[in-house]
Design a protein around this ligand. Sequence first.
Ligand code: KG4
Ligand code: ZN
Length: 335
Amino acid sequence: MRVLGVETSCDETGIAIYDDQGLLAHEVYSQTKIHADYGGVVPELASRDHVRKLAPMARQLLQQHHISQSDIDGLAYTAGPGLAGALLVGAAFTRSLAWAWRKPAIGIHHMEGHLLAPMLEAESPDFPFIALLVSGGHTQLIQVKAIGQYELLGESVDDAAGEAFDKTAKLLGLGYPGGPELARLAQSGDPNRFQFPRPMTDRPGLDFSFSGLKTFALTTWRTEQSPTANLQQLKADIARAFEDAVIDTLLIKCRRALQQTHCQRLVMAGGVSANQRLRVSITDMLDSMQGQAYYPRTDLCTDNGAMIAYAGWHHLKTGKQESLAFNIQPRWPLA
Ligand code: KG4
Ligand code: ZN
């Protein structure tokens, strides 16, 4: 079975083709430049740009790989969670194409896409595993028993990890999107200058809270400024302390989730899983536990069509499909 996947939940337009042989092709267009001036995603601009990009990108991908409509057996799109307008563009486009081509189509949960993305790699995890989903909108620990069997173990009670990265980057005057910028700056930061808290680690449970770290960063930034201060170094030191705190907190909760479920496989996915120091720390921790960590390659950590094509391939293969009506769910719990 060959599936065309479409991702438009936020500010990336993703298109991909997945079949029984693996990932055939994938293309991502990022709207970063459009939103950079505003310091964050402007939903209406996001929707309009998906309208502009989607059809030409799909046409080009099919032409480049000499694939015609008769070679496609089904279509999948992100149905939520995400920005309503952006989701509607992808859903309407994909559902219409499926109708015109007389092929089945299915709406996919964006976080299920992220969660399954590590399975696109040569070394992919067996079930069951614990998934740490860390993106701009979500921080969740999920026990995955099989495809479609997801139990939420814990999640952020306020800001998601990616959101905290972005907000902290913004208050330090870094560009958008802030996560990668802050991570870059942290490389030249002194790990011993500031010690940020590890929120909610001193009590039982698997929930997270990251909004306090952003406030901690702001307070440090304000109180440490003086006429003689090296502001660039101060920013780097704050970035390092912030990143260390997020990584440590994620590690503590992951270890707890693995111990609680007697599981030795951890899958990490979502935009923040592109963070190199986080990847190394998670790998080291799993090594020390005689376990194994799995991630997607870095370009499949952030939003992409490949993960949607892959999730769609799984569901369509079992005969699932939708009626001609399509629906989006901007808010949609995975479990
Ligand atoms: O999964 P994603 O592309 O979109 C959502 O579904 O939200 O995740 C985007 C998030 C942003 O908050 C971005 O700043 C963060 O992932 N991110 C990073 C890194 N690369 C992307 N955060 C920390 N370090 C990175 N290297
Ligand atoms: Zn995402």
